[in-house]
Ligand binder design. Structure first.
Ligand code: EPZ
Length: 417
């Protein structure tokens, strides 16, 4: 039986906890090392399953990777293979982030199509259309994307929708292209800005990261760099909700408040007491949260990666709330599990209607994707009785020892192998 967490609910969390570094900034940063023959030193790298998978992937491509605690040095003196194999890509869609760097540095790439995952089909058509605009020959052969280009050429790219890793892939490819690339409709997530900052530290010439229009002047080659990964706004947000939902008093440190404005505004609307510091947030949960409607959207809107966690809070609110998930087509996997704990949630396509209940009952529940599993842990923290969250490997992909952080705040959680 895969590992599971056993949670005795009912404890109000108290104390201070540090947010780890951002998984979704560390993954593209590791891929960016493929763009240079010099060492790229990353500090504050979280120790996560997905980070280990990405390290394994860049090693198969020819990287020498040295990990010392929170520091990872990656050096790709030369690309030894251009194949990102299915057995790795199928466990982590973010593997697609090696596509742009491989084509730009090496002239070719064969990356297994990532396939869907629990939250949706998640195609990569925007990545491929953008690379084609930069002059790459793209073909699909036996479930692999095969991309070739002797030298990429700068172009104007307008993506049909906002895509985080699509923007990152195209920005990394354009960094070594000949001439100027403009990416219109670019993703503005802080993780995109963090990758752009790393690329600039490596010698890339990028303007506009964090806005909808990013301009990249290609350079012949890139240097090494040392770069500190930004804090994980989603882990920080999850810990803040943990303090709120348990009616506790928690300070989350080492975060960037500007990366959390939409979440904090929503929690304030729910009656959660928040004190926002320079790099911390102190949260005090209300006796019972107020209802509030949520619609997810690309940054700086309400993050889809916090939808399940806030829905869990709304499930206990005094009133009815509507949650609209606009980013992924199947990101309500946590609803059925929350219902088993007593939540009253009806879904219809991208909309969920939540009628708040006074309490959850502990129950055996099953994690399905990274953020749904976090939501089930939050529900277990406040439920009456015991909750067992199984398939907790989903949690380990994106949270660094989450249960240890919660236990340090007073939670009663045990990991069962
Ligand atoms: C990134 O995924 C994150 N992952 C996700 O975090 C996050 O939920 C998502 O952005 C949205 O913020 C990483 O950064 C590694 P998208 P990504 O491309 O880039 C559609 C987590 O929990 N789309 O912004 O894959 C797509 O299907 C993970 O840490 C296309 O149609 O998301 C989705 O509906 C989960 N064609 C929407 O756009 C494309 O070519 C947004 O996807 C690309 C995307």
């Amino acid at each position: 039986m895969p590992a599971r967490l056993e949670i005795e609910g009912g404890v109000s969390l108290r104390g201070s906890v540090r947010a780890s570094a951002a998984k979704n900034a560390a993954l593209p940063a590791l891929a960016a090392a493929l763009l240079s023959a010099k060492p790229v030193r990353l500090t504050n790298v979280p120790d996560l399953v997905d980070v280990r998978t990405m390290i394994r992937l860049v090693e198969t491509l020819g990287a020498a990777v040295r990990r010392e605690g929170e520091e990872v040095v990656t050096r790709v003196e030369r690309v030894a293979s251009d194949v990102a194999p299915y057995e790795l890509v199928s466990t982590m869609r973010a593997s697609v982030l090696v596509l742009g760097p491989l084509v730009a540095r090496h002239g070719s790439a064969r990356v297994a199509l990532p396939g869907g995952c629990a939250i949706g089909v998640r195609p990569i058509d925007q990545h491929l259309k953008g690379l084609a605009r930069l002059g790459a020959e793209i073909a699909i052969e036996s479930g692999y994307v095969v991309a070739r280009a002797s030298r990429l050429k700068g172009a104007r790219i307008a993506t049909d929708l906002v895509t985080v890793t699509g923007t990152e892939n195209l920005m990394m490819a354009a960094a070594l292209a000949e001439g100027t690339t403009v990416i219109e409709n670019a993703a503005r997530e802080p993780e995109v800005v963090d990758v752009a900052n790393l690329l600039v530290e490596m010698g890339a010439r990028i303007d506009g990261a964090g806005t909808a229009r990013i301009t990249i002047e290609g350079v012949p080659e890139l240097d090494g760099a040392t770069h500190r990964i930004i804090p994980d706004r989603i882990e920080a947000g999850t810990l803040i909700v943990a303090g709120a939902i348990t009616r506790g008093e928690v300070t989350v440190t080492d975060l960037v408040p500007d990366h959390l404005t939409a979440l904090l505004a929503k929690l304030d609307e729910c009656g959660v007491l928040l004190e926002v510091g320079h790099d911390s947030v102190r949260v005090r949960g209300p006796e019972r949260p107020r209802s509030a409607d949520v619609t997810t959207s690309p940054f700086p809107g309400f993050p889809t990666d916090m939808q399940a966690q806030v829905m869990t809070l709304l499930g206990l609110a005094d009133g009815q709330a509507r949650v609209t998930e606009t980013i992924f087509e199947n990101r309500f996997m946590h609803v059925a599990e929350l219902a088993r704990m007593g939540a009253r949630i009806d879904t219809d396509g991208a909309i969920a209607i939540i009628r708040g209940v006074p309490r959850y009952q502990g129950a055996p529940v099953m994690a399905s994707d990274l953020r749904a599993s976090a939501a089930l842990v939050l529900a277990g923290l406040v439920a009456q009785g015991r909750t067992t969250v199984s398939r907790v490997y989903h949690l380990d992909r994106g949270y660094e020892r989450l249960e240890e952080k919660l236990v340090a705040l007073g939670a009663r959680i045990e990991r069962r192998p």
